[in-house]
Design a protein around this ligand. Structure first.
Ligand code: ATP
Length: 478
C-alpha cells in the first residue's frame, strides 16, 4: 500500500455506516441526541470482534516477557456507578474539566484549548471568533462528569457520577484481586466497558462522543522496573494495533510534552492514527501513561486502607507503580472502518484482470466497473461467510444452500442471501466486508463441490463441500 493513498472522507464512512447498518445516530426518530450513537447489526458485531481480540491479547493470551514467558493479566468488570468518594480521590471531582468558550453572538460553544480547530457556524465560513460580531466569553472550566442521584432523594449526599473512565474501578479492586487470586507483581488487571464524558463539543462521528467504550489495563510493577515496562507496553500496544491490519504509516507514537502531562504522570505517549479529519496530523487512539504510585496512594489515603505490596521473597513493602495502556474501543471501530474502506475498479464479466484501487477524481476505465469493499481482517469482519444458491427458483439449489448455511453457521457468523443476480449479491457482501462467499450451483448437486469466492482478489475456486469448513477455518483466523 503506498504512502500517498487517499484518505476516505469521513462523510463517506458515515453514510456507509448508516446505509449498511454499522452505526446509527442515537434516538434518530426523535431527532437524535448530540454525542450518542447506536451500533447496528454489523457495528455491534465488528465492535465485539475488536473487543474480543483485545481481551484475548491481554488476558487469555497475554504477551511474552523478555524471558519468553507470558505476563500475567486478570480481567475485571466493575460497576459504572461507584462510591462518589472514589472520584474525589482520583481527582476527577476537582479537576476533570475542559475549558470552554461561548460565543454570545451565535451561541456556539468551543473548547478553549482547541479554538483554532473550530469554524464559526455563521456564513461566510470563518474560524471561531473571526467574524467582526463574534463575542467570545472568557474560558470557563466545565466538569465532564455526568451526575446522577442514587436512591429516592435528590441531595448532595445522594449525588453520584457515571464513570468517565474504566481505570478507577480497577484501582478500587486492586486489594480484592491481590487478596483473592494468587497474582504476584508484576501483574495487570484489564477491563472493558462504557465510559461517559459530557464533552463540550462532541464531534467527528464516534471519535468524540459522550458515551463510549474503553479498553484499559493497569499494570502494577516495582518502581525500579517501571521504565522497562513502559517500553514493553509501548511496543506491545503498537504491535496489537498493527495486527488488526492498520497500515504502518497510519500509526505513530507521540510523546506528551512536559506541560501536557497530568500532575501525577511521569510520562505519557499516545498511539495516534491518521484520521481523515485530522490529516495531515494524527489524532489520539490510545494513551499509554506512567501513572507512578498516584492512584493507589490517593485511594489508600482517602479510603484509609493500605494499598501497597509486600514482596514475598525480600519482604520489601512498597506502593507499586502503574503503567496504563488506555484505548478507546469505539474509536478503534472508527479507525478500522476508515482503514477498511476501499473503492476499486473491477473488470466487467469477460474482461481479463483483477481489481485495482480506484484513483479519486478519475472516471472508471473502459471495461471496468467500480465497487466499494471493506477490507477488514477476516477475524474482525462482522460476517465471515455468505451462502448463496445460484438461482432462487430452483428448490433443489435452495435446499442444498440452506443445508450448507446451517452447517457453516455453527462455526461462524454467516449470512444467507438468495435475492438478486449473483454479481449484485457479491457486491452487497463486499460492501460490508464479508471475506468469503459460497455459491451452490447445479455442479454442487452432481459432484458435491461449491464455488468459494475471495472478497479481495475476487478469485473463485471450486472446492469440495467435505473440505469447506477446514479450508475456511484456516483462512478466517488471520
Ligand atoms: P482526548 O484528548 O481525545 O480527549 P483523552 O486523552 O482525554 O482523550 P483518555 O482519558 O486517555 O483520553 O482516554 C483513553 C482513550 O479513551 C482515548 O485514547 C480514546 O481512545 C478514548 N476516548 C476518550 N474520550 C473519548 C470520547 N469522548 N469519545 C470516544 N473515545 C474517547
Amino acid at each position: 500500500m503506498s504512502n500517498d493513498r487517499q484518505l476516505t472522507p469521513l462523510d463517506t464512512i458515515v453514510s456507509l455506516c448508516k446505509r449498511r447498518g454499522f452505526i446509527y445516530q442515537s434516538s434518530e426518530i426523535y431527532g437524535g441526541i448530540n454525542g450518542f450513537w447506536d451500533y447496528g447489526p454489523l457495528g455491534v458485531q465488528l465492535k465485539n470482534n475488536i473487543r474480543d481480540d483485545w481481551w484475548r491479547s491481554m488476558v487469555e493470551c497475554a504477551p511474552l516477557d523478555e524471558n519468553g514467558e507470558p505476563v500475567h493479566i486478570v480481567g475485571l468488570d466493575s460497576s459504572i456507578i461507584q462510591n462518589p468518594r472514589a472520584w474525589v480521590a482520583s481527582g476527577h471531582v476537582g479537576g476533570f474539566s475542559d475549558p470552554m468558550i461561548d460565543c454570545r453572538a451565535c451561541k456556539a460553544r468551543f473548547r478553549a484549548d482547541h479554538l483554532e480547530e473550530y469554524d464559526c457556524p455563521r456564513k461566510p465560513s470563518k474560524k471561531a471568533g473571526a467574524h467582526e460580531s463574534c463575542d467570545l466569553t472568557e474560558p470557563r472550566e466545565f466538569n465532564l462528569m455526568f451526575e446522577t442521584f442514587v436512591g429516592a432523594v435528590k441531595s448532595d449526599e445522594s449525588r453520584a457520577y457515571l464513570r468517565p473512565e474504566t481505570a478507577q474501578g480497577i484501582f478500587l479492586n486492586y486489594k480484592n484481586v491481590l487478596d483473592t487470586t494468587r497474582v504476584k507483581l508484576p501483574f495487570g488487571i484489564a477491563q472493558i466497558g462504557k465510559a461517559f464524558r459530557n464533552e463540550v463539543t462532541p464531534r467527528n462521528f464516534v471519535f468524540r462522543s459522550r458515551e463510549f467504550e474503553q479498553m484499559e489495563m493497569e499494570w502494577f510493577c516495582h518502581p525500579d522496573e517501571s521504565e522497562k515496562w513502559m517500553d514493553f507496553w509501548k511496543r506491545e500496544r503498537m504491535r496489537w494495533w498493527r495486527s488488526l491490519g492498520i497500515r504502518e504509516e497510519h500509526l505513530i507514537f507521540r510523546d506528551h510534552e512536559a506541560d501536557e502531562l497530568a500532575h501525577y504522570s511521569k510520562a505519557c505517549v499516545d498511539v495516534e492514527y491518521l484520521y481523515p479529519f485530522t490529516a495531515p496530523k494524527y489524532g489520539e487512539l490510545e494513551g499509554i501513561a506512567h501513572r507512578g504510585c498516584f492512584d493507589l496512594t490517593q485511594h489508600g489515603t482517602h479510603a484509609e486502607m493500605k494499598l501497597d505490596y509486600t514482596d514475598p521473597v525480600t519482604n520489601e513493602r512498597f506502593v507499586p507503580n502503574v503503567i496504563e495502556p488506555a484505548s478507546g474501543l469505539t474509536r478503534g471501530v472508527l479507525v478500522l472502518l476508515c482503514e477498511a474502506y476501499t473503492e476499486e475498479w473491477v473488470p466487467k464479466e469477460g474482461v481479463e484482470g483483477g481489481p485495482r484501487e480506484a484513483v479519486s477524481g478519475e472516471s472508471t476505465p473502459e471495461g471496468y466497473e467500480s465497487r466499494v469493499v471493506m477490507k477488514f481482517a477476516p477475524r474482525l469482519a462482522p460476517v465471515k461467510v455468505a451462502v448463496f444458491p445460484l438461482l432462487k427458483n430452483k428448490p433443489e439449489l435452495v435446499a442444498k444452500a440452506r443445508e450448507v448455511f446451517k452447517e457453516l453457521r455453527q462455526h461462524w457468523h454467516c449470512f444467507y442471501d438468495q435475492t438478486g443476480a449473483i454479481g449484485r449479491r457479491y457486491r452487497r457482501q463486499d460492501e460490508i466486508g464479508t471475506p468469503y462467499g459460497v455459491t451452490i450451483d447445479f455442479d454442487t448437486l452432481a459432484d458435491n463441490t461449491v464455488t468459494l469466492r475471495d472478497r479481495d482478489t475476487m478469485k473463485q475456486e471450486r472446492i469440495s463441500l467435505d473440505e469447506l469448513s477446514g479450508h475456511l477455518a484456516g483462512r478466517l483466523a488471520s
